[in-house]
Ligand binder design. Structure first.
Ligand code: RIB
Ligand code: CA
Length: 311
């Protein structure tokens, strides 16, 4: 059964690998890619998404640019990880394809309204600004969305942009709060899971040895973006965050987690963007998120390698 998805993204090298994994997987029908400001400003995340569609020879997939800043605070970016372009290390040519005309938010709303109920899964890989804006502008779409499978948050692992907050949530906590209160089925791939998907140098060398455009681009991109985390996590490698969302869609048995309550800190400057996960169910707050805590790392990289090799 082919699953229809919309990938909302802020490429970003790990986003790029997630896009490639989706394009390499016939189980998934990518209706479109929507871009959001996050790792780098919107103009660059949009350009980068076009570059990756061209690399995968999937220019049939429309790329719609979305929100260029969070709902109610200034944009925070992550050039220190992803480089000035957001795809440093890739050396991909400027795209020759153009962005689709329609704004990402309108694309999401129109796709959900015009397709059968519960037939589209949204896959946010960056700040949740586009998703929350769509839900605010068109509350009628919430019950029509099949599921939201997102990369974001962290609890036992803490944060990566502050001691308690993960970047995607931290950039736009208000949007994350709107999405988590939407009543839509949500599966969250937090740092607790992605920190078990650690990039190894021999894996990058294996991809580089393919001497294919995809192998060279992926090894070059991740070689660049991993350096910040290798230093930060004292040589334990670097987590490969966003492809875990796509891998979850392809084989959820590689993951385990719990349906629990997760809420977002939106007020305190100290803990802004924290995902407060009631893992031990000590409150009677409603269970709104399947919070993924474990991943089969070897099987994840086997799946990713197999699929990338087909591009
Ligand atoms: O915290 C990791 C997340 O922030 C990933 O989605 C990465 O691409 C950045 O957007
Ligand atoms: Ca991302």
């Amino acid at each position: 059964m082919v699953r229809s998805i919309i990938i909302d993204t802020d490429p970003g090298q790990d986003d790029a690998v997630a896009l490639l994994l989706a394009f390499a997987s016939p189980e998934l029908n990518v209706l479109g890619v929507t871009t959001v400001a996050g790792n780098v400003p919107l103009s660059l995340t949009s350009k980068n998404a076009l570059k990756i569609c061209e690399l995968a020879r999937r220019t049939d997939v429309p790329v719609h640019a979305g929100c260029d800043r969070p709902m109610d605070r200034p944009l925070v970016t992550a050039e220190h990880v992803h480089g000035k372009t957001g795809l440093d290390g890739s050396n991909l040519p400027d795209p020759s394809t153009a962005l689709a005309q329609k704004h990402a938010v309108d694309f999401i709303i129109d796709q959900v309204r015009s397709n059968p109920d519960k037939s589209i899964t949204l896959c946010p890989l960056g700040p949740l600004t586009n998703i929350a804006t769509a839900l605010t502008q068109a509350p009628d779409i919430a019950p029509k969305i099949q599921e939201i499978v997102l990369m974001g948050g962290g609890y036992f692992e803490g944060g990566n942009i502050t001691p308690v907050a993960e970047f995607n949530i931290y950039v736009d906590p208000k949007s994350a709060d709107i999405v988590l209160r939407s009543g839509i089925d949500i599966t969250m791939l937090p740092l607790d899971a992605t920190h078990q998907a650690m990039i190894r140098q021999d894996w990058l060398d294996h991809l580089a040895a393919w001497k294919t455009p995809v192998g060279t681009a992926v090894s070059g991109m991740l070689d660049f973006s991993q350096r910040f985390d290798v230093e930060k996590y004292e040589g334990k490698g670097a987590p490969l965050h966003d492809p875990t969302v796509i891998a979850y869609l392809l084989d959820p048995t590689l993951f385990s987690g719990r349906l629990i309550n997760v809420e977002i800190e939106t007020q305190s400057e100290l803990t802004l963007g924290m995902t407060v996960a009631d893992w031990w169910r000590v409150t009677n707050r409603p269970a709104n998120v399947t919070f993924i805590r474990d991943i089969n790392e070897a099987a994840f990289f086997d799946l990713l390698t197999q699929r990338l090799a087909t591009l």
